[in-house]
Write a protein that binds this ligand. Structure first.
Ligand code: PLP
Length: 390
């Protein structure tokens, strides 16, 4: 395989028409054909790019090719958001009577999908503690079709043992679908560990600039074709301009992720011993309970960390109020450092008891490091912490 920098820049070579170095934006909802025979052909070709944009567009194909190359996948497709990707995967591969296994600590939208929407359509679900690889095996049933994995998880930075879960799930005939949003392929390639599908919120690190909502799913052609057949029905179609922006972001993914990794590791190390901080959650720290697993299945530890303040909610509020570079915003994976207080962000969606049960404490702040200079970022947090009670 070529390196990530090369894959990000050249993964779509051959798919860019004409001599333009940057791909043109094909801002067309529909495409003409020279004959009826040709029209029949293009209307039935899976993930074709010359029929109707909901079915596929050249800008979609370029993004899919690049992400597939980065993840070591045969092929892929893009959707209008990360949730558009996972909901389409679920609707494509599940039917009433089936069962799915999902992690207790996972993106809120994935939890809602598995425990809410799918339940209404007769798909049962079991939630497991993903730090316990054996818990997945205990949850499997004869009718289990999918195991939904996310590692590191949002917002607790807990890891799932990919190789172990893949072996258990495959032995029981279930497919493993991995949300690789937090790690990015630069740090972790779940398909190499045997996973069947990998999906991303392209809104995060892949796009990288907080200016586009998008989703991507990659894997083997047979599975992706099944997902595509559902995608043209669910219609979570990414606009060509947004696909172009996502591709533009992807070109620098390898460079950005290096800086995200370095910033997160430096910040985690700098905050860990601060008297106002109880604990820093970051897979790259030797103090992370799953650090050994992180070293085994990740080549870098990502840009996101969790900081738990000794003074609880008041400590979190004081830290957020004192930061100058970091912006208080949902989302992650941006060029700019973004911070949130998960308990507040989800207060209206998930009740306090559930949040506490999920381990999301009042003092937890999620930090998604940007690509600012490391020293400036660490200084911003050190200064803000001066006003935080220990
Ligand atoms: C943001 C996010 C999603 C959802 O992606 P959208 O693009 O917002 O739909 C899924 N998983 C993880 C880990 C995320 O951070």
């Amino acid at each position: 395989m070529t390196g990530f920098g090369t894959a990000a820049v050249h993964g779509d070579d051959g798919l860019v028409p004409g001599g333009s170095v940057a791909p043109p934006i094909v801002q067309s909802a529909t495409f003409s054909a020279e004959s009826d025979e040709r029209f029949t052909e293009i209307a039935t070709e899976a993930r074709g790019t010359a029929f109707y944009t909901r079915y596929g567009n050249p800008n979609h194909a370029q993004v899919a090719a690049v992400v597939a190359e980065l993840e070591g996948a045969e092929t892929g497709l893009v959707t209008a958001s990360g949730m558009g990707a996972i909901s389409t995967v679920a609707l494509a591969l599940l039917a009433a009577g089936d069962h799915v296994v999902v992690q207790r600590s996972t993106y809120g939208g994935t939890t809602s999908l598995a425990t809410g929407l799918l339940a209404r359509f007769g798909v049962a679900c079991t939630q497991v503690d993903q730090t316990d690889a054996d818990a997945f095996g205990r949850a499997l049933r004869p009718e289990t079709r999918l195991v939904l994995v996310e590692t590191p998880s949002n917002p607790l930075l807990e890891l799932t043992d990919l190789a172990a879960v893949v072996a258990t799930a495959h032995a029981a005939g279930a497919l493993v679908v991995v949300d690789n949003t937090f790690a990015t392929p630069v740090n972790q390639r779940p398909l190499d560990a045997g996973a069947d599908l990998v999906w991303h919120s392209g809104t995060k690190f892949l796009g990288g600039h907080s200016d586009v909502s998008a989703g991507v799913v990659v894997g083997g052609a047979d599975l992706i074709d099944r997902v595509w057949r559902t995608a043209i029905v669910t219609g979570a179609t990414l606009g060509p301009v947004d696909a172009w922006l996502l591709l533009r972001g992807l070109r620098t993914l390898a460079l950005r992720v290096q800086r995200h990794n370095a910033n997160a590791l430096a910040l985690a190390g700098a905050l860990e011993d601060h008297p106002a901080v109880v604990r820093v959650r970051y897979p790259g720290l030797p103090s992370h309970p799953q650090h050994a697993l992180a070293r085994r299945q990740m080549t870098g530890f990502g840009g996101v960390l969790g900081v738990e303040l000794a003074a609880g909610r008041a400590g979190a509020a004081a830290l957020l109020a004192g930061l100058r570079l970091a912006k208080r915003a949902a989302s992650l994976g941006s060029v700019s450092t973004l911070v949130v207080h998960p308990r507040s962000m989800w207060a209206g969606i998930v009740d306090a008891e559930q949040l506490a049960a999920a381990g999301i404490g009042e003092g937890l702040v999620r930090v998604s490091t940007g690509i600012e200079d490391t020293d400036d970022l660490v200084a911003d947090f050190r200064t803000a912490l001066e006003a935080v009670p220990a």
